[in-house]
Design a protein around this ligand. Structure first.
Ligand SMILES: [Zn+2]
Ligand SMILES: [Zn+2]
Length: 171
């Protein structure tokens, strides 16, 4: 047993502190206004990726040290965290004049991530990425190297606003 099933609730709850030797925890603790972008909240922090794969490449880090999107739990708290990170990613892309229709957003999925602190990639314009980045490294359709937001939302059972407002039709 790996203890990584979505029903294991102790992962997210025990990670509400900064972790030593985590580059992202250090960065959040340093709180440098030259590094940390707007919008900012107590749930997330946005920075620029140091190795951008397109003109705009942001990382939305969760404030808490959660290992990866795979560690998110099927509860309202993690659902709201995820949604607020996505909203922030869209906001900073719009603030930078990006076209949301030409954007790639998602998470690297274990074991294919370099930093074990959950971060959402927001990349635009997606069409300008190299073939490798577009088709492999940042492609949610290619195996499980990189997953999109919908995949994670579904995995932890997040209800879409539309889903709750429109009950499924009976055929
Ligand atoms: Zn961390
Ligand atoms: Zn990453």
């Amino acid at each position: 047993m790996t203890g990584e099933s979505p029903t294991n609730t102790n992962i997210a709850e025990t990670t509400n502190t900064r972790v030593k030797n985590c580059i992202f925890c250090d960065l959040i603790a340093a709180n440098d206004p030259n590094t940390i972008l707007e919008p900012r909240s107590d749930q997330f922090v946005i920075i620029k990726d140091i190795k951008p794969v397109a003109t705009h490449h942001f990382l939305v880090l969760c404030d808490k040290h959660i290992k990866s999107a795979k560690s998110l739990q099927p509860n309202e708290q993690d659902c709201n965290l995820l949604k607020s990170m996505v909203a922030a990613a869209k906001q900073i892309l719009l603030n930078n004049g990006c076209d949301l229709n030409d954007t790639r957003m998602g998470f690297h999925w274990p074991p294919f991530y370099s930093i074990g602190h959950m971060h959402l990639h927001a990349i635009s314009p997606a069409s300008s990425m190299s073939v490798f980045n577009r088709l492999v490294a940042f492609n949610p359709s290619f195996s499980y190297v990189f997953v999109d937001v919908d995949y994670v939302l579904k995995r932890i059972g997040c209800k879409d606003k539309n889903e709750t407002e429109n009950p499924p039709s009976v055929t």
